[in-house]
Design a protein around this ligand. Structure first.
Ligand code: SF4
Ligand code: SF4
Length: 219
């Protein structure tokens, strides 16, 4: 399977995870714009990392990628749900003219989205394997569902699970948070709001919340 990676404006953390993880996977031919220049042809799968800046040429780049990709994948929280990047106000070096960042599904249709800041390579391997083997499993549903979501954060986890009294207190959300923004209080997770970088990882790792997404967008 041929897989092409293009970064359109992230911190490169996702890019490094992707490039390192891809080297270890079997059955794929991988190229990344970060490893050398090449023209984008009609591709089987294009993986995009980074949020899209709405007042930049990246909007057109993204539309072109969509046209040329049989399967378009958002990789990382910025590309998938906006992440911390969507709260950039502009005026910051080195791109002070850039003002407004959004997840890529604000501009084009996305087939699958893998959130994480950065995503774990352990989430990537079964995802890619399912295409190489041709066997699509239930595991893929959550990535299809996240592709439809415009934002996802610890606030949504607290609203949709803890405050709905469906939390089972398993702690998976706390273990998955890359920034220590969740803590267990009275057997249920509590959000330390100033630490939440809006990556959405806790939501997709929660057994309750992930099912909410699948039911809402897939079933
Ligand atoms: S609570 Fe943690 S895992 Fe959840 S969105 Fe915030 S930073 Fe990400
Ligand atoms: S992962 Fe979900 S069910 Fe488990 S403690 Fe966190 S909110 Fe509760």
């Amino acid at each position: 399977m041929r897989i092409t990676h293009v970064d359109i404006g992230g911190c490169e953390g996702c890019s490094f995870v992707l490039i390192r993880a891809m080297k270890k996977l079997q059955g794929i031919e991988f190229k990344s714009r970060l490893l050398g220049k090449f023209e984008i042809e009609n591709e089987e799968m294009i993986i995009v990392s980074g949020a899209v800046c709405l007042n930049s040429e990246k909007v057109d780049v993204l539309k072109e990628l969509r046209e040329k990709a049989k399967i378009l994948v958002a990789f990382g929280s910025c590309a998938s749900v906006g992440g911390i990047t969507r709260y950039c106000r502009g005026g910051q070096e080195p791109k002070p003219e850039h003002m407004t960042f959004q997840p890529i599904n604000a501009v084009v249709d996305v087939d699958y989205a893998i959130p994480g800041c950065p995503p774990s390579p352990r989430m990537l391997k079964p995802f890619i394997d399912s295409f190489v083997s041709g066997k699509q499993s239930n595991y893929m549903q959550i990535f299809k569902a996240v592709a439809k979501v415009k934002r996802l954060s610890g606030f949504d986890l607290i609203d949709d699970v803890v405050l709905q009294n469906i939390c089972i207190g398993c702690g998976a959300c706390i273990l998955s948070c890359p920034n220590g923004a969740l803590q267990m209080v009275g057997g249920k997770p509590d959000l330390i709001v100033e630490k939440c970088i809006r990556c959405g990882t806790c939501y997709v790792r929660c057994p309750r919340a992930s099912q909410i997404l699948v039911r809402r967008y897939i079933k």
